[in-house]
Design a protein around this ligand. Structure first.
Ligand code: PLP
Length: 437
């Protein structure tokens, strides 16, 4: 076969095999992922993906942007409604880019920032190894409270009063319980600094009213990804209650951190925001119920699940110590062979050199919840995990059972269905469904 065609064959095969494997055969428990609704996907695949719109809506450097201008303003408004704030910018193309834009405005190179401890979930972008370091902002970690699996509030307040950093960062990638927003906001404001909350993981839970809204508790600015518990297209967002900071960020994000902002994200984010308005509370409620149930089920089957004394979890995540099952790297690989997709993770007591083979697994239930799984199904997932990791059954044999189980959960829930759209009559004769044909 001509070489070009053999490459083409490979591209097509790998893409479609991935599609079937991850959306039809496996149980996805990666805490940072999700799937879009069919309607969001429909508007995602639009002409906007080929276009440019540098600058702000209605003040672009390009012609041909009148429709994206309107859509972008509307999307910012919809996200603002869900967060109950007025200042929103959807242009960051990822959570990391959103963080970079905020960090760079809140501090100059050489200044200090105080971040949540890594054990309480700080993301790499908050650290000297990531975006903060790349911007030459000094990282100072808040002390960790082992008992509460959280920031040690008293010590952190003292530290902030001593160091007087330009800003503090809360929110993270691996956390089960809400960080102490009010206390840290009061402390950082008392020394003239700002509080930045990274809601990449919990944006959907905040909008669904199952997680506190940090912007109501003293945080000045919030960043997030738009594709984790908020189940939109991959992208980022910034929201704020502080006009001065927000103005600076929106003035500088282009051209400092983005040029074009990948426009096809915008209508898909708007559809997802509308779905969150209609279905977000039920969705977020089921997520936190499922996470708790998964934790309880795993514990009852013999796994060491973190946070028992605190009720295991209040987020979409569950942390499991799998040292007794061979460690995080081995456990994650065995589960993958059984079509259960998780990530290995450092646990609060792991030293950083354990990063390649940490003690734990991080599990997130937001995607399986979206496919309609409820508490009983969490028990089934826990049993599959036990078969692989405790009973040492052949992963290939378990993979077949997992695929069969998955067949019942192929339809995305908590989103607009065709029947809904058929019944919405627009002025004139068409329905919303007709518009999509
Ligand atoms: C807390 C936190 N912030 C930022 C990010 C980065 O987001 P993105 O992948 O959208 O750049 C992540 C990614 O998982 C995260 O967990």
């Amino acid at each position: 076969m001509e070489e070009t065609y053999s490459y083409l064959k490979k591209v097509i095969e790998l893409t479609f095999t991935q599609n079937v494997w991850r959306t039809a055969k496996s149980i996805n428990l990666i805490a940072s992922e999700n799937v879009m609704s069919p309607l969001a996907l429909k508007v995602y695949l639009s002409d906007f993906m080929f276009r440019y719109a540098e600058g702000k809506p209605f003040k672009r450097y390009y012609q041909g942007t009148k429709y994206i201008d309107e859509l972008e303003v509307m999307t910012n408004e919809l996200i603002g409604k869900l967060l109950d704030v007025n200042l929103v910018d959807i242009r960051p193309i990822s959570g990391t880019i959103a963080n970079a834009s905020v960090f760079r405005v809140l501090a100059e190179p050489g200044d200090s920032a105080v971040i949540a401890p890594v054990q309480a979930g700080a993301h790499v972008s908050h650290t000297k190894f990531g975006t903060l370091g790349a911007l030459s902002i000094k990282q100072i970690e808040m002390p960790y409270d082992e008992e509460n699996m959280n920031v040690d509030v008293d010590k952190a307040v003292k530290l902030i009063e001593e160091v007087k950093p330009k800003f503090a960062v809360l929110g993270g990638s691996v956390y089960l319980f809400p960080h102490p927003v009010k206390e840290i906001a009061d402390a950082i404001h008392s020394v003239g600094g700002y509080l930045h909350y990274d809601a990449a993981h919990v944006l959907g839970l905040i909008m669904g009213k199952r997680w506190h809204n940090p912007l109501k508790l003293g945080a000045d600015v919030l960043t997030a990804s738009t594709h984790k518990t908020f189940p939109g297209p991959q992208g980022g967002v910034i929201a704020s209650v502080n006009e001065k900071i927000f103005k600076q960020i929106s003035k500088t994000i282009f051209p400092w951190f983005i040029s074009n902002h990948h426009l096809h994200r915008i209508p898909a984010t708007a559809v997802t925001a509308l779905e969150m308005m209609k279905f977000g509370e039920a969705y977020a409620d089921q997520i936190v119920r499922n996470a708790k149930k998964l934790a309880e089920s795993l514990a009852s089957l013999g796994f060491k699940v973190l946070g028992e004394h605190l009720g295991y979890t209040k987020s979409h995540q569950v942390l499991v110590d799998v040292r007794a099952q061979g460690g995080g790297a081995k456990a994650a690989k065995l589960l993958e062979d059984a079509n259960i997709i998780v990530n290995k993770n450092l646990l609060p007591y792991d030293t950083p050199d354990k990063v390649k083979d940490p003690s734990g697994l991080r599990l997130g239930v937001q995607e399986v919840t979206r496919f309609g799984m409820k508490e009983d199904d969490m028990e089934e997932i826990a049993k599959f995990m036990k078969m692989v990791l405790i009973d040492k059954r052949d992963p290939a044999e378990v993979a077949k059972k997992v695929s069969e189980f998955r067949q019942e959960f192929r339809v995305v829930r908590y989103c607009f269905k065709e029947e809904d759209l058929e019944n919405v009559n627009l002025p004139g004769t068409s329905t919303l469904l007709d518009l999509l044909k």
